[in-house]
Design a protein around this ligand. Structure first.
Ligand SMILES: C[C@@H](C(=O)O)C(=O)SCCNC(=O)CCNC(=O)[C@H](O)C(C)(C)COP(=O)(O)OP(=O)(O)OC[C@H]1O[C@@H](n2cnc3c(N)ncnc32)[C@H](O)[C@@H]1OP(=O)(O)O
Ligand SMILES: [Co+2]
Length: 134
């Protein structure tokens, strides 16, 4: 069912400093910072030849990454995102198999303008898992 690895997300408290590490120290191509108000984060994408790294910084009062950063103040890998052909079909199969979809269960538009969903980390080997319709 899952296809390509779309991105690995790293949560950070200072996205400018984190971007500089990837751009200047690691020599990667980086995007501009973008606010994602529907998701409570700001993002920068690091474009690698075979996938992307998504840097996440909290945005607003109730950011879903706030608690994670309290527990991991120097930052850390927050989620992986896999592409699927049909996100509602994927969701329905996963729910039937007992997986928990986060939020209201309906896909939201993600950073790439495509529908995304999040699956509970406790159901996927301790790893928060995002699905994005390719
Ligand atoms: C822009 C978009 C895109 O790419 O298009 C994005 O990525 S937006 C990316 C930001 N959006 C999201 O992350 C949306 C989905 N996330 C959420 O709904 C939330 O962050 C949850 C995953 C439910 C966690 O919420 P919160 O931290 O408030 O809850 P909590 O502290 O009670 O956590 C419940 C348990 O899950 C663990 N836990 C929490 N976050 C985790 C993570 N990222 N990876 C692995 N485990 C994690 C906690 O340690 C805890 O385990 P213990 O009980 O064992 O201590
Ligand atoms: Co993501």
């Amino acid at each position: 069912m899952i296809g390509r690895l779309n991105h690995v997300a790293i949560a950070v408290s200072d996205i400018e400093a984190a971007t500089a590490v990837y751009r200047d120290t690691l020599g990667a191509e980086v995007s501009a910072k973008e606010a994602q108000p529907d998701h409570g984060v700001s993002t920068v994408f690091i474009n690698l030849p075979n996938t992307k790294i998504e840097l996440l910084e909290p945005l607003g009062e109730n950011s879903p990454i706030a608690k994670f950063l309290e527990k991991n103040p120097s930052g850390g890998i927050h989620h992986v995102c896999y592409e699927v052909d049909d996100i509602k079909a994927a969701r329905d199969k996963l729910v039937a198999d007992g997986a928990r979809v986060l939020g209201d269960g309906e896909p939201k538009i993600g950073a790439h303008g495509k529908p995304v969903l999040f699956l509970h980390p406790k159901d996927f080997l301790g790893t928060l898992t995002e699905l994005e319709e390719a």
